[in-house]
Design a protein around this ligand. Structure first.
Ligand code: SF4
Length: 393
């Protein structure tokens, strides 16, 4: 374990066996003046006190930028960002779920740089710039593979991720024909295992990706978010990044989407993001079947219809995603937010399926899901007919 010495601790000791990691940030494009990520509000969401870092990640330019942003944080050396027994492997961490998300960061080097075909939300799933999240959605699938804690892990080798993506985009050439992902561009999901808008509070990984995609005319980045980060408005995506604001009825969100921006704020931000050069879509997700859910969704869709300007409606599309849950995650959630499990864990209307990595996943029974999707499609057609559904899952 290494502790980053504070200036009062005398001469700086070597870190990780390296001579010294410079404290000054690496040369990076300057963030916008008075960036939101430096505001008191952002600092309340992320009050980083502990950074677990692989040596190479801490020594990299992006790692140094992050360490410089959080000078009070204790630096702890880890062999691998995946194997941190006192964090992910410690059952007691689940009792501290929210505090760890607020106070802890992990820095790692992404080893596997693979772009996978998808075909539903996006054409391709890019190797993401992070894994984990500072927000606390109770149903989030990312912790299923991480154990008892799920803070943000930032991958610091963003240069290699960008180089890999540049090669992949070039190798595809033009998209031969339109599909439901996009009529023209190959769509790359860049935020499969995190929230890129939240990552932008930590470092410039999201900014680097948005800027890279604006130079790739055959491709488009896409990510879902539940957080309104005004700093993203400065990035000039020039139409090459699709931001997908996830929405759900306010009562569900208050119970299940902890630490996120309120749903009405996400909806209200849509026009600003469109005007800043993003394509703005919506994820109607997850749809949680509970008594009165249809009325709650009708109210949400009517609200969207009332407040969204025509220019947003004209280009908006939606994805509909029914809740999936997981037995292991249920046990973890019971330790920190049992009330959420009252609506998520409904074995009477759910069926189980063993996943590839051995976990037990729960989805709504086929008949329940079919009916729910038909109901929701009807609600969209009635209350927000401008919102074409790209796919429902
Ligand atoms: S915003 Fe996304 S990644 Fe973050 S906790 Fe919620 S579902 Fe998970």
């Amino acid at each position: 374990m290494c502790h980053r010495p504070s200036p009062s601790h005398g001469p700086q000791e070597p870190l990780f066996g390296l001579d010294e990691i410079p404290r000054a940030p690496a040369a990076e494009p300057a963030p916008p003046a008075r960036a939101f990520r430096d505001s008191a509000q952002a600092r309340r969401l992320l009050t980083i006190r502990e950074i677990h870092a692989e040596p190479a990640a801490a020594a990299s330019p992006r790692g140094r930028q992050i360490l410089a942003r959080f000078p009070e944080a204790r630096l702890i050396e880890v062999d691998s960002h995946w194997r941190i027994p006192e964090l992910h492997g410690n059952e007691g961490s689940a009792d501290d779920w929210m505090r760890i998300k607020r106070r802890t960061l992990v820095l790692g080097v992404r080893k596997t740089l693979t772009t996978r075909p998808n075909g539903r939300s996006a054409d391709w799933i890019a190797p993401g710039p992070s894994n984990g999240c500072a927000l606390s959605c109770v149903y989030c699938y990312v912790p299923r593979r991480k154990g008892f804690a799920n803070p943000i892990t930032v991958f610091t080798n963003i240069d290699r991720i960008l180089a890999h993506l540049g090669r992949h985009v070039a190798a595809q050439g033009r998209k031969p024909e339109p599909n439901q992902c996009d009529p023209e561009a190959w769509v790359y999901d860049i935020g499969e295992n995190g929230d890129c808008a939240v990552d932008a509070l930590v470092c410039d990984n999201t900014a680097d990706l948005v800027r890279a995609f604006r130079d790739w005319p055959t491709a488009k980045a896409s990510f879902a978010t539940k957080f309104v980060n005004p700093d993203l408005l400065e990035l000039e995506p020039r139409g090459r990044t699709r931001i997908r604001f996830s929405v759900m009825p306010a009562d569900d969100s208050r119970l299940l989407d902890l630490r996120t921006s309120p749903v009405d704020r996400r909806i209200a931000a849509a026009a600003d993001f469109l005007d800043a050069g993003y394509e703005v879509h919506f994820n109607l997700s997850p749809v949680v079947v509970r008594p009165g859910w249809q009325d709650a969704w009708a109210q949400l869709l009517r609200h969207m219809d009332d407040v969204l300007p025509t220019r947003v409606k004209r280009q908006a599309r939606a994805e509909v995603i029914m809740l999936t849950h997981n037995a292991g995650l249920h046990e973890v959630n019971l330790r920190w937010h049992p009330r959420g499990e009252d609506v998520l864990w409904q074995p009477v209307v759910q069926q189980t399926k063993r996943s590839q990595n051995g976990g037990l996943n729960l989805r709504y029974r086929d008949d329940v899901k079919r009916r729910a999707l038909a109901d929701l499609s009807e609600l969209v057609a009635r209350h927000a007919p401008w919102l074409g559904i790209r796919y429902a899952f």
